[in-house]
Design a protein around this ligand. Structure first.
Ligand SMILES: [Zn+2]
Length: 341
């Protein structure tokens, strides 16, 4: 991507953060934010829509500069500014610092492979949870990865990844497994013994804000427990570089192995074409069958008018050809599926 466009976008992202930061008092409860569970800032739907529109307008510039074979991955460094996250008091180390360091190295690794990366923060600033997902949605990102570290008992250890429940049959769970296995294989950190990959719901939806509000496959990576000895996995610059490379490899493997052809995302579909673009509103080949992926993310079923021609898709979303009986009447379709009579 064009560097000027990218810096414009980053500047705008930061501008959006500070706009909302200054205007925050109205919708904000008083308690300080300490972790993901305590979501203290509540925006109305209108405020969120306005924010997304603002970023979208700016983003039309960004998409023009995007190469066709580039995926867009959002790397979200958890916490920041007045929100410290987990803390190791004896070593005077905060989660927000470790997260940002890891996130910047993940970005470097992905960009070196030609991946388009958008950061939700690049400095030690507070970014509200909903702004993080709004940035990802507005950028129409392919994948979202939130970078965190945990706090547990004195013996807690191991990496674990939380995936989006609402995308549990899609890419989120696959990406979670790829990342945690890559950490296990390529760093001194192991994956957590119990539930190295897990998900959590509240009222049938994702419990964690960034998983609930993002439109694309999304995970939260908990790289280590920083309140005890497990800090060693991310406690030095060398270890963070190793860790970030392992995470970037997991993300890259997801992109190159799982983001292919007709791909399920949050109960809907996208089609990854030859240029590795995620597209909708297009014909897709699914095995031997011809299907049509509508702009709304659902596969066509029943009658559909496409560019002036009528087609019929059966219950399995397969386009029909030849002579067919539909609702008690006989119809004839040509070999391309177009209704003749
Ligand atoms: Zn955290």
């Amino acid at each position: 991507m064009n560097k000027r466009v990218k810096s414009l976008f980053m500047a705008f992202t930061i501008a959006v953060s500070s706009i909302t930061l200054s205007g925050m008092s109205a919708g904000m409860k008083s308690s300080a934010m300490t972790n993901d569970e305590e979501e203290t800032i509540v925006y109305s739907q209108e405020e969120m829509y306005a924010l997304e529109q603002k970023i979208k307008d700016q983003n039309s510039l960004l998409r023009k500069g995007k190469d066709k074979d580039e995926f867009t991955v959002v790397i979200d460094a958890g916490h920041g500014g007045r929100d410290f996250g987990a803390v190791n008091k004896s070593k005077d180390i905060t989660e927000k610092f470790i997260n940002l360091s890891l996130a910047n190295y993940v970005r470097q690794n992905l960009e070196a492979k030609g991946v388009n990366v958008i950061m939700t923060r690049t400095t030690d600033v507070f970014v509200p949870l909903k702004n993080r997902s709004a940035i990802a949605n507005a950028a129409d990102a392919d994948l979202f990865v939130s970078i965190h570290n945990d706090s547990g008992s004195s013996t807690s250890k191991g990496a674990h990844v939380i995936y989006s429940y609402e995308d549990r049959y899609g890419l989120s769970k696959k990406m979670a497994n790829r990342i945690v296995n890559s950490i296990d294989e390529k760093t001194i950190q192991e994956k957590r013994k119990s539930n190295p990959v897990w998900t959590r719901t509240s009222h049938g939806h994702d419990y964690y804000s960034v998983l609930r509000h993002t439109d694309m496959p999304a995970v939260i990576v908990e790289h280590s427990y920083i309140n005890n000895n497990n800090l060693r996995a991310v406690g030095t610059d060398k270890r963070r570089r190793e860790m970030a490379k392992a995470v970037a490899d997991g993300i890259y493997d997801t992109m190159t192995t799982d983001c292919k052809g007709l791909t399920r995302v949050r109960g809907k579909y996208v089609y990854y074409n030859k240029d590795k673009e995620a597209v909708r509103g297009c014909w897709v080949k699914d095995g031997k069958n011809q299907k049509y992926l509508r702009r709304n993310g659902y596969l066509a079923k029943g009658w559909l008018n496409i560019k002036g021609n009528l087609y019929y898709f059966n219950k399995a979303n397969v386009m029909l050809t030849g002579e067919q009986r539909i609702d008690g009447k006989t119809y004839i379709f040509d070999s391309n599926g177009v209704l003749i009579k």
